[in-house]
Design a protein around this ligand. Structure first.
Ligand code: PMP
Length: 424
């Protein structure tokens, strides 16, 4: 089978609305490597967009899923429940930061987790409005779109968004927005657009993912917590991309002194199986009445089995420590040749949630062209990279945290030569 032939069929049969980063069709995958239908091997620095922190087909995850397949695959937790769902909720309640009683629900996708977090926040506070941030990404459902702080391609042409969603600028000093600027804008929002007494919640990603791998400064998060407490709003952390050891701690909010009231999780939670969760203060989570939350596939036994194995692997293989070590190596390597590549304007990120940002040197402006050229050079050499950022000028690194040292070395060599060649 040829990639190009499948690609032709894909163009005839699948909506172009499903954008695609590569045209290599997967045949099999193992840990940090993917082989395509033509037998070519790639190193995967995308992890299916931050989904396989524990690697493709981690033996423990596969074993747990196979064991579950042999018992039952679907009963719907709302009809005939199962203990593994309860136990996973208990585990997440224990793992999430915040010294208060917690409860959890399981759904299927990150967007669905976000939808439910907002439903719960509105129901618990009796307030309608939500504040999100420019550059933030929260999914492709209607509330997800409304909260997302980027118009093209996420909102354009999709009609009226849910009302009562407001945006403030996310602090990115590199792009001239300080913490003080963000907080001043929030204050202006309360004066000009929405009474803080009508606001149910502020939602943010502790490290913006699609928006460019920008970390929320600690004083910013502390200030948001204070504003929420002052006005009776809830703080929602969207940890869909940041969760499960990626940032060098179990959750990105573990880097902060304050806790969120509600947290959304998905992606790496189940190491490649569709599962998402919302965990929050018990009294908030209990606000909606029976039947108000849930869904047919929410907390699928397969996803739940995988998630138990993922949590075991993160602990047993000390993946938080491993993420810190790998991230340090990656950043060090980028720093080592930074002087030769003036287009590099920033190298950043906690743990192994790292990124490199490029500018056009002559114009002094963000350059999506350079980031894209690096991505394509790397792909050509067998390394799958993803771009991100409001300006598309950021390469983000999302390799499995279980990547073998030898494969990591190979990837770093490809990365360096791709960056050097892209600027030439
Ligand atoms: N929130 C964040 C922070 C995300 O990164 C994403 C996915 N990129 C989502 C929500 C939506 O998740 P899903 O694609 O599973 O709906």
């Amino acid at each position: 089978m040829k990639n190009s032939a499948i690609s032709e069929r894909k163009n005839q049969s699948i909506s172009r609305g499903v954008g695609m980063t590569t045209q290599i069709y997967a045949d099999r995958a193992e840990n940090s490597e993917i082989w395509d239908v033509e037998g070519r091997r790639y190193i995967d620095f995308s992890s299916g967009i931050a989904v396989v922190n524990t690697g493709h087909r981690h033996p423990k995850v596969i074993e747990a899923v196979k064991a579950q397949l042999d018992r039952f695959t679907h009963t719907c937790h709302q009809v005939v429940p199962y203990e593994s769902y309860v136990r996973l909720a208990e585990r997440l309640n224990g793992l999430l930061p915040g010294k208060f009683d917690k409860k959890t629900i399981f759904v299927t996708t990150g967007a669905e987790a976000v939808e439910n977090a907002i439903k719960i926040a509105r129901n618990a506070t009796g307030r309608p409005a939500v504040i999100a941030f420019s550059g933030g990404f929260h999914g492709r459902t209607f509330m997800g779109m409304a909260l997302t702080g980027k118009v093209v391609p996420y909102k354009v042409g999709f009609g009226a968004m849910p009302a009562d969603v407001f945006h403030a600028p996310f602090p990115v000093p590199l792009h001239g927005v300080s913490v003080a600027d963000s907080l001043a804008a929030l204050d202006r929002l309360f004066k000009a657009d929405v009474d803080p007494a009508r606001v149910a919640a502020i939602i943010l990603e502790p490290v913006q993912g699609e928006g460019g791998f920008y970390e929320a400064p600690r004083d910013f998060m502390a200030a948001l917590r204070k504003i929420c407490d002052q006005h009776g709003m809830l703080l929602i952390a969207d940890e869909v991309q940041t969760g499960f050891a990626r940032t060098g701690k179990m959750f990105a909010m573990d880097h902060h002194e304050v806790a969120a009231d509600i947290t959304t999780m998905a992606k790496s939670l189940a190491g490649g199986f569709p599962l998402a969760a919302v965990t929050g203060r018990a009294e908030l989570m209990d606000a909606p009445g029976p039947g108000g939350l849930g869904g047919t596939y929410g907390g699928s036994p397969i996803g739940v089995a995988a998630a138990h194995a993922v949590l075991d692997v993160i602990e047993e293989e000390k993946l938080c420590d491993r993420a810190n070590a790998l991230g340090a190596r990656l950043k060090q390597r980028l720093q080592s040749f930074r002087d030769d590549v003036p287009e590099i304007v920033d190298i950043r990120g906690p743990g192994f949630m790292n990124a490199v940002e490029f500018n056009d040197v002559k114009k002094g402006l963000p350059s999506a062209e350079i980031a894209n050229a690096v991505r394509l050079k790397a792909l050509d050499k067998g390394l799958i990279l993803l771009t991100c950022g409001v300006y598309g000028n950021v390469i983000r690194f999302l390799s499995p945290i279980t990547i073998q040292d030898s494969v990591m070395n190979e990837a770093l060599d490809i990365l360096e030569s791709s960056i050097r060649e892209a600027r030439a």
